[in-house]
Design a protein around this ligand. Structure first.
Ligand code: C5P
Length: 229
């Protein structure tokens, strides 16, 4: 299981400071909407020069199939290691993307977001009139059948997804919190241990790391939990 640190910081300087502080650790960096909309690809280039972290560009694309394929082609040219789309964009969008990226010698991993981890069961039902479990499984099967590489999901759905698709189908789980951490706006949170038990391939941790007094130490403690038996 890999640790992916969300760089959702308020300025480019803070992102640069954080990457310098974490240099040398075995982790991935996740660049999300805030940082990418503000700093664009220059931030990724600068981060890459400082440390050799793999990059997950978390833009959660959602549009008509051709527009999504165009966007994924552009992102693939940026040489990032992982990107994502909303699974609810549907089968045609997935097929167009995977077809478009066929020609790339090295393409990024493509994950699909099932249901945001900020939804609880009640809030999800009110909007979609479906249980989270049912919706996530449908999205996972659709994504697997259309050759995506994996899902963004909560820890509580990771094992379920693998059991209904394949154990090689990746799961990346945000909403990870220690027992004493603030949940913030996350609803379906879980611990590192629970993520391991659910066979998550990646965990995403943001605020508990970048808002801590010692982000490097926070990362090291999480990495220790990942590697402990
Ligand atoms: O600060 P925190 O640990 O809650 O950060 C979680 C990160 O994971 C944020 O960048 C958020 O955008 C992202 N994310 C999420 N839930 C999803 C997909 C992505 O929280 N389903």
């Amino acid at each position: 299981m890999k640790l992916c640190v969300a760089f959702d910081l308020a300025s480019k300087d803070e992102c640069i400071r954080l990457v310098k502080e974490l240099k040398g650790l075995d982790l991935w960096v996740k660049i999300g909407l805030r940082s990418y909309l503000r700093d664009g690809f220059l931030l990724i280039e600068e981060l890459k020069k400082i440390a050799e972290f793999k990059i997950f560009l978390d833009l959660k694309l959602y549009d008509i199939p051709n527009t999504m394929a165009d966007a994924c082609e552009e992102l693939a040219k940026l040489d990032v290691d992982m990107i994502n789309i909303h699974a609810s964009a549907g089968a045609l969008a997935m097929q167009s993307i995977m077809k478009r990226l066929q020609g790339f010698k090295k393409r990024p991993l493509i994950l699909a977001v099932s249901a945001l981890t900020s939804f609880d069961e009640k809030g999800f039902y009110e909007l979609y009139k479906q249980s989270l479990r049912e919706a996530v499984l449908n999205f996972a099967k659709l994504s697997y059948e259309n050759s995506l590489d994996g899902m963004v999901c909560s820890v509580f759905e990771s094992l379920l997804i693998k059991e209904h698709t394949s154990y090689d189908f990746l799961t990346l789980c945000p909403g990870i919190r220690g027992l004493n951490d603030d949940k913030n706006d996350q609803a379906r949170t879980a611990t590192v241990r629970e993520a391991k038990e659910a066979r998550a391939d990646f965990i995403v941790v943001g605020r508990p790391i970048y808002k801590s007094l010692n982000p490097r130490l926070s990362c090291e403690q999480i990495l220790e939990q990942i590697h402990s038996k």
